[in-house]
Ligand binder design. Structure first.
Ligand code: GUN
Length: 284
């Protein structure tokens, strides 16, 4: 029987853990605060931001939302980030991406203090992931590692294939699997023999951005398949994996919806708690 890895159950367990951690800090007189900045009117971003706020409220994290107009200038946004960098009650800062085209995303990300960069997008934190000495991991790969751990799936010695090389998912995902002693291949749009490489994977992570891209003929019998994609289609939401075609071939798979998606906000909450602990010099 194929195991369906339930992101709702696992994210609830992570959130319970974070809630307890926040309560512990509160007992010591320490609050936990997250600032979320959104620029413009992107509807998907608005939904994400609203969900982050809801999650904060449920876990006792103080959330501050800064909804700025589309025509916000770089100077104005940098001034806000500077203010939040210096604000004691704010432990984490997240600037929702994508930003409007006139704003330099790299400049904005680099202006967030690394110790408040709960997205782990700042080059300082990216570098720390590379050397395996990190406080924050980007929320999606962090969520996937949490799912694997929860399910008792070890990467050690396994052939791990990640499809997608983004800075946010593919590259850090590869590093995290490598740190767990997996043998990692990162594939992308120029990869030759993609099907053959995927077919060799014990753990296959699909972060391609194309609905139903991973089909049964690309999956090894008994593989663990992690689907990062989320696409709105005429038939509802679907992922990067052809779930119906693949599910009977693998040993475990994440569904869409209800798989990796719910994990990301839970991991953001965890990163925010970690930030608060570090800033207040409170260890685990
Ligand atoms: N836009 C979509 N996902 C994310 C995320 O994880 N962090 C930020 N900052 N923006 C996003």
């Amino acid at each position: 029987m194929t195991r369906i890895i339930d992101g709702k159950v696992i994210s609830a367990a992570v959130k319970d853990r974070v809630k307890e951690g926040v309560a512990e800090l509160n007992k010591k007189g320490v609050t936990v605060g997250l600032a979320v900045i959104i620029v413009g009117e992107d509807p998907a971003s608005k939904v994400y931001v609203a969900n982050k706020k809801k999650a904060c409220e449920a876990l006792g994290i103080i959330s501050e939302e800064y909804a700025l107009p589309e025509n916000t200038t770089e100077e104005e946004l940098l001034a806000l980030i500077d203010e939040l960098n210096n604000k004691k009650s704010i432990n984490g800062i997240l600037c929702q991406l994508p930003l409007p085209k006139h704003l330099n995303e790299k400049l904005i990300i680099n202006s967030i203090l690394p110790e408040k960069d709960v997205d782990a997008f700042h080059p300082h934190n990216v570098g720390r992931i590379m050397i395996g000495d990190y406080d924050f991991v980007p929320c999606t790969p962090a969520g996937i590692m949490e799912m694997l751990a929860f399910e008792g799936i070890e990467a050690e010695g396994k052939t791990c294939v990640v499809i997608g090389r983004s800075n946010i998912v593919g590259k850090p995902m590869g590093m995290l699997l490598l740190h767990k002693n997996g043998t990692v291949t990162i594939c992308h749009s120029r990869t030759q023999n993609l099907k053959e490489i995927c077919k060799g994977a014990d753990i296959l992570v699909a972060a391609v951005g194309k609905p139903g891209f991973v089909t049964a003929d690309m999956v090894k019998e008994g593989a663990v398949v992690i689907d990062v994609g989320i696409h709105r289609t005429e038939n509802g939401l679907c992922g990067d994996v052809d779930f119906e075609g693949v599910k009977d071939k693998c040993s475990a798979i994440t569904p869409v919806p209800g798989g990796v998606g719910p994990m990301t906000i839970a991991m953001l909450m965890q990163n925010t708690l970690t930030a608060a602990k570090k800033q207040n010099k409170i260890g685990d």
